[in-house]
Ligand binder design. Sequence first.
Ligand code: UDP
Length: 238
Amino acid sequence: MESLKFHRILLKLSGEALSGDSGNGIDPHRARDIALRVKEVREMGVDVAIVIGAGNLWRGRVGLELGMDRATADYMGMLATVMNALALMDSLEGLGVWTRVQSAIEMRSVAEPYIRRRAIRHLEKGRVVIFGGGTGNPYFSTDTAAALRAMEIGADVLIKATKVDGVYDCDPKKNPNAVKFDELTYIETLNRRLEVMDSTAISLCMENKLPIMVLNLWDNSALRKALTGEPVGTLVHP
Ligand code: UDP
């Protein structure tokens, strides 16, 4: 077995990772692509927990713009994350990877309720645990849920898997001179308002010294490199 830098990870996926090119809805082919990547990581002997967002289905902000009550719109977003969690569960199990979905909002017929010690037990048994329902609270994001759950389960790193290969000083799609950071401190990330994760999530990681790794989910070797300690993406740390 390869020597591992990280033994337990919290993988944060945005909802958009599950959608096709439109950015909306759930594309089962995409879900399978993600599942294949997660399977590979599991086969390296790494404990994997996942927090998935819901930007492909609903964002609280959209409801707010339409005149909805913020909390209601946010609860809709949290419910949508459970749909994504089930889609991912389905793809993983289709590949023979055992999973458990735990939801921060109780819905016992489709997911286990979130119970920290139980989640850890699942990880110890080699199951991939998918956390749905965000933090269970409006006014938060799934990035914050990822930071929170990472801490709770004793993850060694929070891996934010995106469409981009790391954090840049400006948008690399709009500016060809954008510079990628190999490493950043939490404070630099916050002060420069770099789009790593929202400030609540970064602050939580900073206070608890949890490293954040930002990498491209669709780069076939990125996750493997991150786990074996090869340089890849951007590492945000103390
Ligand atoms: N949300 C929330 N509390 C949480 C997590 C999520 O209220 O703890 C809501 C919020 O409205 C958010 C939506 O769920 O817009 C979807 O999550 P997010 O925007 O983080 O998804 P992503 O951008 O990662 O796809």
